[in-house]
Every structure is written in C-alpha cells, then in structure tokens.
Ligand binder design. Structure first.
Ligand code: PPS
Length: 314
C-alpha cells in the first residue's frame, strides 16, 4: 500500500501543524483496502470478497445487511432476544458473543464455522448491494437497517479513530468531508442505502430505519419477528424484547458491547457502545456541512422519496 506524508489542509484547525499520512491510490488519511471500487477496512482483502461471492447460502439464512454504524449490533441483539423469548435454545449467550453467534461474513476466513451453525443462520454483512452474498436460486432473507447520514458520520468517525487498525486521528471536519464524498469505510452511504432500497433483484428485504427502532421499539421488534418467521409475538413480548435490547442493557453486557475487542481499540477514544441516540450530529456538524449533507440526501433520494428523521424538528 502506497503511503505519503502531507500537511493537513483546510478545516483541520486542531491538526494544521500535524503531518497526516495518506494511504493507497485514493490517498485517504486512514488505512484501508480499496477493492473493485469500494473501500473496506484494511483487514478485508480480495480473497475475503471472493469467498463471500462463493458463499453457500441457505433458504433459512437471514443476512443483517448495513452500511457500518447503522444499527447492525442492535438488530443482532433483538434477534438473539427474540430467540430467547421463544425459548428456541438457538443463539444463546452461552454460545458466544453477538459476533460469534451471528458472524460477519466478509470478515470470516473459515466459512466452515458458519456452515457448522445449526438452525437459522443470521449473518452480518456490510457489503454493498452489488457485492452482498446473493444467489437467485436461494430465497434467503435480508434485513437492511439505515440511519440518518449525519449520525452515521459521527458514529463512523469515532469508529475510525477508535479501532487502532485504521491509524486515524483526523478531526471531524476532515472526516465529514470524506463521508460526503463517499471516501470512508463502505464507500458512499447514499449509494449503499439507495441500492438496497431500490432492490433491483427483488430480494426478500425488510428495510428498517434506526430512528424508527428508537421511536417504536416494540413495533420494529414485531416486524423483525414476523419477517424471520418466528412464532407469534404478543405486544407484551415485543415490549419485553425491546427493553432487553436497549442501549443501556447492551452497554453493560460483555457479550453485546464489543468489549472483546478492547485490546485493539485506542483507549482514549469513545467505546463501541458510545451514545446510541438520534441527533448527536448537532454537536459536531457546522451549519455549512449540515446543509451539504441535506443537499446530497435531497438529490440522491428525491426519486425514491426516502426520508430520515435526524432528531431536529422540520
Ligand atoms: S458496526 O460496527 O457497523 O457493527 O456498528 P453498528 O452496530 O451498526 O452501529 C453502532 C451504533 O449503534 C449504536 N447502538 C445502539 N443504539 C441504540 N440502541 C441500541 N440498543 C444500540 N446498540 C448499538 C451504537 O452505540 C453506535 O452508535 P453511536 O452513535 O456511535 O453510539
């Protein structure tokens, strides 16, 4: 990977005197892989994507598909708690942490581990629509979760600074500009979301919004339950699963809060379970950058009329 040293540019008030290392042909200020036009974390290589492309899907599979920081882990927890509620004996905490029981497909070197899962498999993926595991002859399901792009950007900035593998210490002004240009992990959020939303292949997709999970937890829990063809769920059960999957509960649960990766995190940065709120972006964005995000959302989604609540009254 090519690396060059340059002085930081505009919008980097606190960094102006620091040198920034730029990586790869895209000259990005964080370590990454650039494969077939998409940006991945540096540990994802072409071989990972080749394996993903040949992954043997089963009709009972449910892929939890997201652009990073859009609600993946929360959805995994809801699914685990649904199985717990129905006493299926599947996906129990005793079987491992959330990532062990619902593996990240493109980051799993040994697909044998996924093949060995008995019962319905719930598999995490951040791949874009064009590269998501798919087989026209296997009618598996996809749960896609999307979150308003400004909160995603804030969360991803903390993520990029938090995991040492990215070697990134840039300021938010820099990162939000990169996000707007689609030059962050998983590329352009707007393209990622739009392609799944349009779903040109008519895959079986449940499209959920992170903000709706906040506004109506039990309603979203019920949607996930029914989409996954789990047994009937009463309203009281949906409330109970929603509460058991709350940010507060997950943050202190060592099998849900990613503390198993503490060794590879920068200790000074926010933890993986950071805030879990809607509207935190207002603490980070300049008015100008907020307007640029709004303009991109407007232009990218105008034909599909997809809107996100960003926690601010309109
Ligand atoms: S990852 O790394 O892509 O798998 O991250 P992902 O799980 O998609 O997103 C992490 C953000 O989701 C927040 N989170 C939650 N919010 C509300 N309720 C619950 N239960 C919950 N669980 C996780 C997590 O805190 C990250 O958001 P931020 O804004 O950084 O706090």
């Amino acid at each position: 990977m090519m690396a060059a040293k340059v002085q930081s540019g505009n919008g980097l008030a606190k960094q102006e005197s620091k040198e920034t290392v730029l990586y790869g042909e895209l000259q990005l200020p964080f370590k990454h892989s650039y494969i077939q036009g998409w940006i991945y974390p540096p540990f994802i290589k072409q071989a990972n994507l080749d394996r993903t492309a040949s992954f043997a899907l089963r009709p009972s599979d449910v892929l939890i598909a997201t652009f990073p920081k859009n609600g993946t882990t929360w959805t995994q927890k809801i699914i685990q708690n649904l199985h717990n509620e129905h006493k299926t004996g599947h996906l129990t905490a005793a079987q491992g942490n959330l990532l062990e029981i619902m593996p990240w497909l493109e980051n799993t070197a040994d697909h044998g581990l996924i093949d060995d899962i008995t019962g319905p498999r719930y598999i995490k993926t951040h791949n874009s629509y064009d590269f998501v595991a798919y087989n026209p002859n296997v009618a598996c399901k996809y749960i896609y979760i999307a979150r308003n792009p400004k909160d995603v950007c804030v969360s991803l900035w903390h993520h990029c600074r938090g995991f040492a593998v990215f070697n990134y210490a840039g300021e938010f002004a820099e990162f939000s500009q990169l996000f707007l240009e689609g030059k962050v992990e998983s590329g352009d959020w707007w393209v990622h979301v739009k392609e799944f939303y349009n779903n040109a292949r008519n895959m079986n997709v449940l499209f959920l919004k992170y903000e709706d999970m906040h506004a109506d937890g039990p309603g979203c829990v019920k949607k996930i339950n029914d989409f996954c063809a789990l047994p009937d769920l009463s309203h009281d059960q949906a409330v109970s699963v929603s509460e058991a999957s709350s940010f507060r509960k997950m943050k202190t649960d060592a099998k849900s809060n990613y503390s198993w990766l503490d060794d590879v995190r920068n200790k000074k940065e926010a933890p993986f379970m950071r805030k879990g709120t809607v509207g935190d972006w207002a603490n980070y964005f300049s008015e100008e950058m907020s307007a640029q995000f709004d303009a991109k959302t407007q232009s990218m989604f105008q034909d599909i009329k997809l809107e996100f609540s960003d926690g601010c009254p309109k």
